[in-house]
Design a protein around this ligand. Structure first.
Ligand SMILES: *Cc1c(COP(=O)(O)O)cnc(C)c1O
Length: 425
């Protein structure tokens, strides 16, 4: 029986509401989520679905978590927001302190932004301004490798993959950045040499190299050898170029290290975090930098960083972020991520037998099945929902990054659903 209330919501949704990367009006009918708890979404007409997506990398502790709820409630009773210009407050200060302590050594200053894309904007602005302050305004381009994704606002779009990505439409309108080839998964000296040469050739005009370390997310869910990060670090140091790591997807344990930079045991000059920062509760991101970058900017003709979102340092989000970080660090998170990694490896191995599957790869709590064709999203979603699971494929990829609290049985259900989605999609 169609529920008239749900039918009306869907009609209004179709008429008025944009969805991510969607047309208006929408072509596919979304599912209506009524509530969520633990690793389950309660979906109108479908009962409970096990969440295989962590709401795009963010809900690492699952939904409706008592500790995070309590942190939000406690902060709500004190204040949900005050402006950050001329004012400060404990949640923001404590969050910055935690981020500095847990991130790679040397990152000491924190700019709190309101979304991942904005934190990338801020990171790029920091790099451009650093060189301008030092009297080298010609260093104003970015270098990245193909296959990346850094967000949907203007500068981030310019460093997303220029062809396979979502922003190819804007070639010729976006600032033209320098692109190296996409990184191979295993270490190849010839590719390392290609990176070194590309940095060297463009160093005079480069402000920074920006990459997603170890895992390229929304640009294609590809993994690469951490050794390439060391190659970039050395090339950047040798040729006076800053190095930015976008850890918005990889941060907070997802790859089996607290931050993916740790796989290469190095510190970037600037680092962006977001997504899992608040455990998926509220929108918040941060840009961290070294004293070298901050001091460079402060020595310039314009000694301030002209950026200050209205909701900068939002106390409610910052309080939940502190609680989420404490929850993460207060448990053996690595054991949980390794357990999920083992479960994904075992469960997804069956996908190798599915016709049309090109590759199956797992790293940390990330499992990817790549097809040899574009996924039929509607059919793949139906197949997963029939198994009681929520996943959201894109391009030629059916993938999962479950909450770290996902139990073994639910994990097995997720991998069965991913295989089913790959078969039907
Ligand atoms: C999601 C993502 C972003 C953009 O973050 P938003 O919060 O969606 O603006 C940037 N970089 C990476 C690597 C991401 O995964």
């Amino acid at each position: 029986m169609p529920d008239p209330h749900i039918e009306e919501l869907l009609r209004l949704d179709r008429e008025h509401v944009w969805h991510p990367y969607g047309p208006m009006p929408g072509r596919q009918q979304p599912l209506v989520v009524e509530s969520a708890a633990g690793v389950r979404l309660r979906v109108a007409g479908h009962g409970e679905l096990v969440d295989g997506m962590s709401s795009w990398w963010s809900a690492i502790h699952g939904y409706n978590h008592p500790v995070l709820n309590e942190a939000a409630r406690g902060q709500l009773d004190r204040m949900s927001h005050v402006m950050f210009g001329g004012l400060t407050h404990e949640p923001a200060v404590r969050l910055a302190q935690r981020l500095v302590e847990m991130s790679p050594a040397g990152l000491e200053h924190v700019f709190l932004a309101d979304s991942g894309s904005v934190s990338v904007e801020v990171a790029l602005k920091m790099c451009l301004q650093y060189w301008r302050s030092l009297g080298l305004p010609e260093k104003r381009r970015m270098l990245t490798w193909r296959g990346g994704y850094h967000g949907d606002t203007w500068q981030p779009m310019s460093v997303c993959d220029p062809e396979g990505g979502m922003h190819g439409l804007w070639a010729g309108v976006l600032p033209e950045q320098v692109f190296a080839d996409a990184p191979p998964s295993a270490y190849e000296e010839s590719y390392a040499e290609h990176l070194r040469q590309t940095v060297e050739r463009h160093a005079h005009e480069l402000a920074a190299v920006i990459v997603e370390p170890v895992v390229q997310g929304a640009g294609g869910m590809r993994f690469h050898s951490p050794a390439y990060l060391r190659v970039l670090r050395e090339a950047c140091d040798a040729h006076d170029v800053l190095l930015v790591f976008d850890e918005i997807a990889t941060g907070f344990g997802r790859t089996g290290a607290l931050f993916a930079a740790e796989h290469a045991a190095l510190t970037p000059d600037v680092m962006c975090v977001g997504k899992a920062l608040t455990g998926g509760y509220l929108t918040l991101a941060a840009t961290l930098c070294t004293p070298r970058v901050a001091q460079g900017i402060s020595r310039g003709e314009v000694p301030v960083l002209a950026h200050g979102p209205t909701f900068m340092g939002n106390p409610l989000a910052a309080a939940v972020a502190c609680a989420s970080i404490d929850l993460l660090l207060g448990q053996d998170w690595l054991a949980e991520v390794k357990r999920i990694e083992a479960g994904l490896r075992e469960g997804l191995s069956a996908a190798r037998e599915v016709p049309g599957v090109r590759d199956v790869r797992v790293l940390g709590a990330i499992g990817v099945v790549q097809l040899d064709h574009e996924v039929d999203i509607a059919a793949a979603t139906r197949a997963a929902v029939a198994e009681g699971v929520w996943v959201r494929p894109f391009r030629d990829l059916v993938y999962t990054m479950p909450p770290y609290v996902t139990g073994d049985e639910d994990l097995a259900r997720i991998t069965r659903a991913v295989c089913a989605a790959a078969r039907e999609g």
